[in-house]
Design a protein around this ligand. Structure first.
Ligand SMILES: NC(=O)c1ccc[n+]([C@@H]2O[C@H](COP(=O)([O-])OP(=O)(O)OC[C@H]3O[C@@H](n4cnc5c(N)ncnc54)[C@H](OP(=O)(O)O)[C@@H]3O)[C@@H](O)[C@H]2O)c1
Length: 318
């Protein structure tokens, strides 16, 4: 009797899931970029584009006619992704260049070569990211998540800003996260040397992405270069590779997550949507404006973080 009851219960749950699945998937997929904008003759640079959200962003922008440059730390993985993009998009103009955001000498070498060989840059997508890794340092001694997600992209943008201005109108898209809500900038211990929590360090780095965007936006006023940040949604990708708990959660709740293609929509929207031509310093999610946590709106923190970032990187960016 009990067995029959259990079987019927599982049957009913299974049937309900089957009926609800399309609706759950539609809800989980989130916003879609509806812009038909073409990017023929335009050059796009995407960091961390060998997998996940970055790769799907590259596929879409290549299909719009752009020359897409994948900046990857592992060139071999980058070439595999480029080959896949070429098979998915007929005539795709896609290239791979080596960039390790965990090493400022790699970033400088990348930019030097890029500026010598590429004449225009119309879209820069700061997409690469590392999440919840054990305590590690970059080649320059920065805590890994802040070093890659924030400082690496800060330096890359600084080195390419002249080219972006010369190529204007141009856009910068910074891939942040809803996780910024749970972060704060530990000005007393930015590199988490006193104490390290991998989740909070990720949240700090994603908050830094928001503060960077909000400080850079007004600085670029009048240049026809815009910068906006993005929360892509919760996306089934390799991002959770360092956390067993997150990997399990992502596996169990997979049907509630976006595919990388769905997760790429807001990055694509910020890169191409005509209505964003003059919008800068804002935050987007599901292809619509999104709220920024109070700590992401602090004028004082964004200025301090800007100055500290310049000091750490040994640059002057007025
Ligand atoms: N997935 C989500 O639910 C989610 C939610 C909110 C925000 N985001 C943000 O979305 C962005 C893309 O993440 P994803 O989900 O697509 O993750 P992913 O699949 O893990 O892709 C991350 C990319 O970043 C690259 N990367 C990591 N460290 C790097 C370094 N030192 N130098 C250069 N590239 C490096 C990775 O290269 P390798 O393959 O060589 O490691 C990979 O190409 C990240 O900024 C992430 O914080 C994701």
């Amino acid at each position: 009797m009990v067995l029959v009851f259990i079987c019927i219960s599982f049957g009913v749950i299974g049937l309900l899931m089957m009926l609800l699945f399309p609706h759950i998937r539609k809800y989980a997929a989130g916003g879609v970029c509806r812009s038909q904008a073409r990017l023929d003759g335009k050059t796009v640079l995407i960091t961390g584009a060998n997998t996940g959200i970055g790769k799907e962003t590259a596929v879409d922008l290549a299909s719009r006619g752009a020359r897409v440059i994948l900046a990857c730390r592992d060139v071999e993985k980058g070439e595999i992704a480029a080959a896949e993009i070429r098979t998915r998009v007929g005539g795709a103009k896609v290239e791979v260049r080596e960039l390790d955001l965990a090493d400022t000498s790699s970033i400088r070498a990348f930019a030097q070569k890029f500026l010598k060989e590429v004449n225009h840059l119309h879209v820069l997508i700061n997409n690469a990211g590392v999440m919840m890794c054990p305590y590690m340092k970059t080649a320059d001694g920065f805590e890994m998540q802040l070093g890659v997600n924030h400082l690496g992209h800060f330096l890359l943008t600084y080195l390419l800003i002249g080219l972006l201005k010369r190529s204007a109108p141009s856009r910068i898209v910074v891939v942040s996260s809803l996780a910024h809500y749970f972060g704060w900038i530990r000005l007393h211990d930015l590199m988490s040397q006193g104490s390290y929590n991998s989740g909070l360090a990720y949240c700090q780095s994603k908050l830094a992405n928001i503060l960077f965007t909000r400080e850079l936006g007004p600085r670029l006023q009048g240049s026809k270069v815009t910068v906006n940040s993005v929360h892509p949604g919760s996306v089934r990708s390799e991002l959770v590779r360092h956390s067993t708990v997150m990997s399990l959660l992502f596996t169990f709740f997979g049907m509630f997550l976006k595919t990388p293609q769905e997760g790429a929509q807001t990055s694509i929207y910020c890169a191409v949507a005509e209505e964003l031509d003059s919008i800068s310093g804002k935050h987007f999610s599901d292809c619509t404006p999104a709220f920024v946590a109070p700590q992401g709106r602090s004028e004082d923190t964004k200025r301090k973080l800007w100055d500290i970032s310049c000091d750490l990187l040994g640059i002057e960016w007025d």
